[in-house]
Design a binder for this molecule. Structure first.
Ligand code: ADP
Ligand code: MG
Length: 324
């Protein structure tokens, strides 16, 4: 058994490739494709914890709730998070299992329902800033408000439910994930950034009305377990500075200091690449021996061979790519 452990955070494109392929069968195909590349990695000796996003899937469930509310009870966001961890975790676990069987790899997968603790006094709960679900009318928004949602009008596009996206503090199932990975399981965890929970006055865990950024939740896990590699698999092969401008420059490698400098200069869009760079910065600060990598699923193996992807490495001693 290899002792190299990677957290592989798979982005939305690993589940839904485009608007025409949102149905479950298409999601399964997209997951299978990504899992082939993750299996390539495992064949090369990596021990992997897969984390994943759930943004669109949460949107679908919210919409289903809306349409069915006259007949079936609606579900709160923590339960929706758990639902998506179950369904997406199931798809990933099954795809990996099938790929392992096909290649005669004697490994097993365990998907862990993962709660992530938030600070109940996080200012985001009083002033939620992240839009969730579709845009709607003033009348419908008033109904949502009665159910306890914060609603806000978005310049010209209609009304939207707003939600807090606090900084995750602690992964409740951390020790379980660690025990599984140490025992040689391939683990799926912290789906959707984790199920948002808070501690009440008595110290009991309760579901929270919040969402957690999946890159942040994944960074917390990667930092906590001090894994060797934090790989963010997304829709681009590499990261650029001056992205989408005539001076665009794709990066093979940046040091932690360079990443911070480019981040501060606004090279990484907030809501997409920004949180990923932030997540890798947080990971490298917590684990000075770690390495960060951003690439797309199809190029994971080439990136691990140092041929593509953007590596984010510590300032000192981060030069060697440890995959040989
Ligand atoms: P995910 O679903 O994997 O979280 P996102 O769409 O949130 O994916 O983030 C990835 C996207 O970030 C890329 O597809 C790209 O359009 C965008 N992006 C923003 N800034 C940059 C940058 N500087 N370099 C590369 N991609 C960037
Ligand atoms: Mg994203």
């Amino acid at each position: 058994m290899s002792d190299r452990v990677a957290v592989v955070a798979v982005g939305g494109n690993s589940l839904i490739t485009d608007k025409q392929h949102e149905d479950v069968a298409s999601q399964v195909r997209a997951v299978e494709e990504t899992c082939r590349h993750i299996t390539d990695m495992i064949e090369r000796g990596w021990n992997v914890i897969v984390t994943h996003g759930n943004g669109p899937q949460v949107g679908f469930i919210l919409r289903r709730n809306e349409l069915a509310a006259h007949e079936v009870h609606t579900t709160p966001l923590d339960v929706i998070g758990a639902d998506t961890q179950g369904s997406i975790g199931y798809m990933i676990a099954q795809a990996l299992d099938n790929e392992f069987r096909r290649r005669s790899i004697g490994r097993s997968v365990a998907a862990v329902v993962t709660q992530v603790l938030l600070d109940r006094n996080d200012p985001g709960f009083r002033n939620p800033t992240k839009g969730i679900g579709g845009f709607t009318t003033k009348e419908k928004a008033e109904e949502f408000a009665k159910e306890g949602w914060t609603v806000r009008e978005d310049a010209g596009r209609g009304w939207r439910r707003m939600i807090a996206s606090p900084i995750p503090l602690k992964i409740i199932e951390r020790d379980a994930i660690k025990a599984l990975i140490d025992a040689g399981f391939v683990v799926v965890g912290v789906g959707g950034g984790g199920i948002p929970v808070i501690e009440d006055e008595q110290g009991n865990l309760r579901g929270a009305m919040a969402v957690i950024d999946k890159d942040r939740g994944s960074a917390l896990l990667a930092s906590d377990l001090k894994v060797d590699l934090f790989l963010i698999s997304t829709a681009v092969e590499r990261v650029a500075i001056n992205y989408n401008t005539p001076n665009q420059q794709w990066l093979d490698r940046m040091t932690l200091s360079e990443a911070k400098k480019y981040y501060a200069a606004g090279h990484f869009l907030s809501g997409s690449m920004g949180p990923k760079i932030e997540a890798i910065i947080a990971f490298l600060e917590a684990n000075p021996k770690g390495q960060g990598l951003i690439t797309k699923p199809e190029t994971i193996v080439q990136a691990l061979d140092g041929e593509t992807g953007t590596w984010i490495v510590p300032d000192e001693g981060g030069g060697v790519i440890r995959n040989a």
